[in-house]
Design a protein around this ligand. Structure first.
Ligand SMILES: Nc1nc2c(c(=O)[nH]1)N[C@H]1C(S)=C(S)[C@@H](COP(=O)(O)O)O[C@H]1N2
Ligand SMILES: [Mo]
Length: 187
C-alpha cells in the first residue's frame, strides 16, 4: 500500500544517494566481523556475517528521509527484518527499547514498538547489490518511518533495555521521536 503523500513536509526528493556520516568508513573484515544481541532477551546471540544472512533473509522497499531535507524513494533493501530477528532472540517482557550500536561511537535507540514496524530491516543489500561501505555496508539499520539518523550504518550490536539510552544525535539536540511526517527534527 502506498501513502498518498510520499514526501514529508519540508523535504525534497533526490534521485541520487548522498553519503552522510560522522567519522571514517570502517573497513569490513569478514573474518573478525560479528553481530551480537545482548540485554533483555531470552536468547542472546553472536553471529558471523554469513550466519546473520542465513537467519531469515527478506526484502523490504521503503523511503528514506534525512533530517537535512532530502528524501530518496523506493529503496529496495535485502536483509533481516527486526521482527524476524526477534523470533530468534526472544525479547523479555521487560525489554522496552533497543539500542542500535554501530562501529565507532555512533548509536541510536528506538522503542520496541517503533522497531517492530513491518519495514524495519538490517540490510546488507540495496537494489540487489551488496551494500556499499559508504552507505553502511556490510550492515545497516533501516527505519523508514523515522529520520535517517535512526538508520545506523555499520551496525554491530543491539542491546535490549528497559530504559531508553539516547543516541549520538539524540543527545546533540535532534528529536528522539524523529517522525518526518510530523517534522520532529529538533528537541
Ligand atoms: N554509523 C553511522 N550511521 C549513520 C550516521 C553516522 O554518522 N554514523 N549518520 C546517519 C544520518 S544523519 C543519515 S542521513 C544516514 C545517511 O545514510 P547514507 O549515507 O547512506 O545516505 O545515515 C545515518 N546513519
Ligand atoms: Mo541525516
Amino acid at each position: 500500500m502506498e501513502k498518498k503523500e510520499r514526501i514529508p513536509p519540508g523535504q525534497s526528493k533526490t534521485e541520487d544517494f548522498p553519503v552522510l556520516h560522522v567519522g571514517d568508513v570502517p573497513v569490513f573484515d569478514p573474518k573478525t566481523w560479528i553481530f551480537s544481541v545482548e540485554g533483555l532477551v531470552e536468547n542472546p546471540v553472536t553471529v558471523s556475517f554469513d550466519e546473520f544472512r542465513k537467519i531469515a533473509p527478506a526484502e523490504s522497499t521503503s523511503d528514506f528521509h534525512c533530517v537535512t531535507g532530502w528524501s530518496r524513494l523506493d529503496n529496495r533493501w535485502e536483509g533481516l527484518l527486526f521482527k524476524d530477528l526477534c523470533k530468534l532472540v526472544k525479547p523479555l517482557p521487560e525489554a522496552k527499547f533497543v539500542s542500535v550500536i554501530a562501529e565507532g561511537d555512533y548509536t541510536t535507540s528506538l522503542s520496541m514498538e517503533e522497531m517492530l514496524e513491518d519495514e524495519v530491516i538490517f540490510a546488507w543489500s540495496l537494489e540487489g547489490k551488496p551494500l556499499e561501505p559508504d552507505h553502511g555496508g556490510p550492515l545497516r539499520a533501516v527505519v523508514p518511518h523515522k529520520y535517517a539518523y535512526k538508520c545506523a550504518k555499520w551496525v554491530r550490536k543491539l542491546i535490549f533495555t528497559a530504559q531508553k539510552e539516547p543516541g549520538y544525535w539524540e543527545t546533540r539536540g535532534y528529536s528522539d521521536s524523529a517522525d518526518p511526517w510530523k517534522e520532529e527534527r529538533f528537541d
